[in-house]
Write a new protein. Structure first.
Ligand code: ADE
Length: 251
């Protein structure tokens, strides 16, 4: 079966950079969303801005699957670091996704997905490995040529690649109390964002392989808001384009 690769991004500017990689583009609008259909390296792709938060990302992911028949889904974006040692500019690829704000106790246990009998959704091992190779290739070349040496200096970038659990919720986490609370309940979680676990649930129910790639933009504490905006403009957009470019060499 021919593959159609879905690429979703959490920030409009990030996904604009990815759209620039597409040839033979057609834009299709559904539900206030733009889906850009085209090819990268001759492979059919559909690229869309997920919009922010779990509900918005769920709508976009479900449309990608149902309307465009994507066979594989990559989600790319930024995240706040929870794990010790994670630094701004590092990249985390998902092993498992969890919704840190889901709580239907006492009917079921905390974080459990209703009627799905699980807390975590596993990302696809094959796509996760492929994304890992793509990011490693990028890191070997050095990110200086992607973001410019000035940004490398400004953000002290010495990026490392990690594989681990990612938590999603409908909150931008920017306090030590909140980040520590999540970490105390879900100690294996490496970073926090607002869409990945929702997209994972869509992919689980539609049986579509997926993985999530997140660049650390902040440390999810009181500095988060300040770091975040600057990082998106100066680093994350270029990272996304370069990572997707590397992925599409390997698909
Ligand atoms: N995305 C990037 N940083 C984040 C944070 N601190 N909280 C939630 N989502 C994020």
């Amino acid at each position: 079966m021919d593959r159609t690769i879905g690429i979703l991004g959490a920030m409009a500017q990030e996904i604009d950079e990815v759209k620039a990689l597409l040839t033979n583009k057609t834009v299709i609008k559904i539900a206030n969303r733009e889906f850009v259909v085209g090819k990268i390296n001759g492979i059919a792709c559909v690229v869309a801005f997920s919009k922010w938060g779990k509900v918005a990302a769920t709508i976009t992911a479900a449309l990608l699957v149902q309307e465009f028949g994507v066979t594989d889904l990559f989600f790319i974006g930024t995240a706040g670091a929870l794990a010790d040692g994670l630094k701004v500019g590092d990249i985390v690829i998902s092993k498992r996704l969890v919704q840190h704000d889901l709580d239907a106790r006492p009917m079921i246990s905390r974080f459990e997905l209703p009627l799905l009998n699980r807390i975590y959704v596993n990302s696809d091992p094959g796509l996760t490995e492929l994304a890992g190779k793509a990011v490693s290739n990028l890191l070997e070349k050095g990110v200086g040529h992607v973001v410019g040496e000035a940004a490398v200096k400004e953000f002290n970038l010495a990026p490392q690649l990690y594989f681990g659990d990612i938590a999603s919720g409908d909150q931008f986490i920017n306090s030590s109390e909140k980040r520590n609370e999540i970490l105390s309940l879900l100690p294996d979680v490496m970073c926090v964002e607002m869409e990945g676990a929702a997209v994972a649930q869509v992919c689980l129910e539609f049986n579509v392989p997926f993985t999530v790639i997140r660049t650390i933009s902040d440390t999810a504490d009181h500095n988060a808001r300040v770091d975040f905006g600057k990082f998106i403009v100066e680093v994350a957009n270029a990272y996304s384009r370069a990572i997707v470019g590397e992925i599409m060499q390997l698909v």
